[in-house]
Design a protein around this ligand. Structure first.
Ligand code: BTN
Length: 269
């Protein structure tokens, strides 16, 4: 266990971390408890460049209707708000910014698994949920920080900073994540794509996906975080759209055969 900085100190310290990173046009909202920082941001009326962080998130949301669990408040839950933009740009930018932060905290490399999971040794360290309205994008980041035990369903899929490296004060992790995200969310696209490609841990590998109600296996030829991925299958090349595609684990495909399945994980970690 680590002695955490009390929540009362979070707002000023996070403001300072952002200012030190050169960001002054923002507001930081720290909430003690919320269902989801995505919802909290909307309720607060957050606008572009604001960020909402929660000490405790009780009903975190994941991609494709999944849930994001952190019942003991051991991880980070943050939502960044910025002006609406092309989904593929936001997906790359948020993945790269989170990867930069994770690498700084771990002092070592991480991978990005399409579309934007942050991975270490095949296990998920952080997940990203992007939701947009006509004028705003809500970029939700969940990072596993001090978890050392997982429910059986997550044990071989999730990992935390504490498990890989060391226990970390969540304020320290947020103080690194926030400026990294602000930096990446205003970075040129070609720089971000190069950073993404260097960490892409799916391209070239053989994998199975649930796309709509169908299971498709093949070698990943190209990944585009916002649009989808290109797969080489026995039946030729197929494009799987990001909005309706999720990756399956081998065990799940073996046990369920080729019939339509529900996504492998009801949780997103
Ligand atoms: C995923 O991997 O499916 C995405 C998980 C995103 C979780 C974060 S936690 C902060 C923000 N608030 C939410 O309700 N979800 C995101």
């Amino acid at each position: 266990m680590i002695a955490e900085t009390p929540i009362e100190e979070w707002p000023d310290r996070l403001e300072a971390a952002l200012k030190a990173g050169g960001n002054s046009r923002h507001r930081v909202f720290v909430v003690r408890e919320t269902d989801s920082t995505q919802e909290a941001a909307r309720r607060i009326g957050a606008s572009a460049n604001d960020v909402v962080v929660a000490w405790r998130q009780t009903a975190g949301r994941g991609r494709l209707g999944r849930r994001w669990f952190d019942p003991e408040n051991l991880g980070i839950a943050a939502t960044f708000v910025r002006t609406a933009a092309a989904p593929e740009y936001l997906a790359v930018a948020s993945a790269v910014g989170t990867a930069w932060a994770a690498e700084k905290l771990l002092d070592g490399p991480v991978g990005i698994k399409w579309p934007n999971d942050i991975m270490v040794d095949g296990r998920k360290l952080a997940g990203i949920l992007i939701q947009q309205t006509s004028d705003l994008a809500f970029i939700g980041i969940g990072m596993n920080v001090n978890q050392i035990r997982w429910p059986a369903t997550l044990a071989d899929r999730a990992v935390s900073l504490a498990q890989i490296s060391r226990p970390v004060d969540r304020l320290e992790a947020l103080g690194i994540l926030l400026p990294a995200l602000f930096r990446s969310l205003f970075q040129a696209r070609d720089v971000l794509e190069e950073e993404f490609a260097r960490r892409d841990c799916l391209r070239g590998s053989r994998a199975t996906f649930l796309t709509g109600q169908e299971i498709v296996t093949g070698r990943v030829l190209r990944t585009d975080p916002g649009r989808g991925l290109l797969l080489s299958t026995d039946a030729g090349e197929v494009f799987l759209p990001a909005a309706t595609t999720t990756m399956c684990r081998a065990a799940d495909v073996e046990t369920r055969g080729t019939a339509p399945v529900t996504p492998v994980a009801k949780t997103s970690h």
